[in-house]
Design a protein around this ligand. Structure first.
Ligand code: APR
Length: 241
């Protein structure tokens, strides 16, 4: 993949970029849903049926994320952002489907979590947001809102819900001249459709991952390699440019 300091890069990441930090992906062997049907834990209906089960599931994922460390691919993306920001800080945008905070801990700045975050929750009545760690201390207790005492839910976009701030995402995609997609199976929309929008707008598209994504035919370039194999070299070449 060729990247220059003049490029305006839109990056989309999925669970695969955190796989080498030890966090399970969703689909495939060892996938996170093993032992849990998706409908049991990741829908609003699941939350209504058994909020304690859902809260425990996300508390465990939160502990796993806290125990993980950013890997060389997360760090390379932060370096790429630094390089491109020397021309214009808006020339890099990272849209992640991941709910962990490994990108932030690696140093990424312009980042948007389209599927929410394990480190926030929100009141089901007032929509007030909380990042209070204490809420998670006893994963068996269902927290309630400090203001109105309604239940608090994970700030996670569940199946059937609309991803966060799609307007900003599409604005950023419109400004880009390269779409780089890393470690996502291309099976969950709307993220899986970004490559089609990019094609319509003449934006160059590149995929990085060890297996072919479902939407492989839409990409201009496919680098069949793990994220930690591919990304440090791209960051290094840009640094030398
Ligand atoms: N480097 C890069 N990619 C990898 C690596 C790696 N080391 N290891 C695995 N992958 C790839 C797999 O080949 C697969 O294509 O990561 C992808 C993971 O796919 P999924 O498990 O489907 O994860 P993702 O695409 O992020 O899921 C999208 O689905 O369940 C929902 O909301 C959840 O955000 C999630 C969304």
């Amino acid at each position: 993949m060729h990247l220059s300091l003049q490029d305006r890069l839109f990056v989309l990441t999925g669970a695969g970029i955190s796989a080498e930090s030890g966090l399970a992906t969703f689909r495939g062997s060892g996938g996170l849903w093993d032992g849990h049907r998706v409908e049991e834990v990741a829908t609003y209906e699941a939350w209504q049926a058994d909020p304690a089960l859902v809260w425990r599931f996300y508390s465990q994922r939160r502990r796993d994320a806290l125990a993980a460390q950013p890997n060389a691919a997360h760090k390379a993306l932060a370096q790429i952002e630094q390089h491109l920001a020397t021309i214009n800080s808006d020339n890099f945008y990272l849209c992640t489907q991941n709910v962990d905070d490994l990108h932030e801990r690696a140093g990424s700045r312009r980042i948007h979590h389209m599927h929410g975050s394990l480190f926030q929750s929100r009141c089901t009545r007032s929509n007030e947001h909380f990042s209070d760690h204490a809420l998670y201390e006893d994963p068996n207790d269902l927290p309630v809102c400090k203001t109105c005492h309604a239940t608090v839910r994970p700030h996670i976009v569940w199946f059937g819900e609309i991803p966060l701030d799609m307007d900003a995402i599409y604005r950023e995609l419109d400004r880009a001249n390269i779409l780089l997609v890393i470690g996502t199976s291309g099976s969950v929309y709307p993220a899986a459709g970004f490559v089609h929008l990019a094609n319509q707008r003449g934006i160059r598209t590149v995929y990085v991952g060890p297996e072919e994504p479902q939407n492989i035919d839409a990409f201009d370039e496919v680098i069949l390699s793990t994220a930690t194999q591919a990304l440090p070299a791209i960051a290094e070449r840009l640094g030398e440019a």
